[in-house]
Design a protein around this ligand. Structure first.
Ligand code: HEM
Length: 213
């Protein structure tokens, strides 16, 4: 399934479009990355604050149901912004992310964290004050909050670590598209070095236009 999806994306026109946009829309890569980071700030400012409130570590004088009602919509907006900005990079270089174990970790943990946030939000929406109705519910909410905090920390560590995962696993197990690796040097230095060369390597030294040498 993963191989099929990765290969399909790798060969799709969407990839060409994303590579084109990243290379030709002035400032797109840093702008997209900055919006991604603003999204992270909004996630931390919304769901993470609710988690800390449940755990009694922040904003103890605030009503937690009201916090959920007001803040969690920002979590969804932030996740949408992160999805849009993150997908630009994933679609441009699917192999880099599909076969990167740290990316797998990040996205798995992200799914779990978002699912927990959704449960907290949904129950509060169905019944305002749901989590404060009984000691049992409050306990469940605190467990969810603790797990959620750990998961969000995992998402952030994973996100930051993706760029450095060659240090822990090189080469990544990519079962196809060896030639494509030439275009994706960050897939793993050792893979590139071990690749059979199609043509003998030739060192080309550009001429100096003034001296002609
Ligand atoms: C919703 C879908 C998301 C997608 C598709 C996505 C995708 C990406 C991608 C492709 C990168 C660049 C990684 C690299 O090549 O170095 C990245 C970076 C990162 N992501 Fe996400 N991400 C998403 C959501 C999130 C969320 C919700 C968080 C945290 C709350 C997060 C935290 C990070 C961090 C900390 C970085 C490193 C940023 C940097 O150092 O510039 N991501 N993400």
């Amino acid at each position: 399934m993963r191989d099929f999806l990765a290969q399909a994306l790798q060969e799709s026109p969407t990839r060409d479009l994303m590579v084109y946009l990243l290379g030709n829309v002035p400032g797109l890569p840093p702008i997209a990355q900055s919006v991604h980071i603003m999204g992270i700030a909004a996630v931390v400012g919304s769901i993470v604050m609710v988690d800390l409130r449940f755990l009694g570590l922040a904003l103890r004088n605030q009503n937690v149901s009201e916090m959920i009602r007001r803040l969690l919509p920002w979590t969804w907006y932030a996740l949408a912004a992160n999805l849009a900005t993150g997908l630009i990079f994933v679609l441009a270089r699917p192999l880099r992310y599909f076969y990167n174990p740290v990316a797998t970790f990040k996205f798995s943990v992200l799914l779990l964290a978002a699912a927990l946030a959704f449960v907290v939000y949904r129950m509060n929406r169905r019944e305002h004050g749901y989590w404060e109705q009984s000691a049992d519910r409050l306990l469940v909410a605190r467990v969810i909050a603790g797990v959620s905090l750990l998961l969000w920390i995992g998402v952030m560590l994973g996100g930051r670590w993706i760029a450095y995962s060659e240090y822990i696993t090189d080469p990544f197990p990519v079962p196809f598209a060896w030639e494509e690796l030439q275009a994706y040097p960050s897939m793993g230095a050792r893979q590139i070095c071990e690749m059979p060369l199609k043509r003998p390597l030739r060192l080309v030294v550009p001429r100096n236009p003034r001296s002609g040498r």
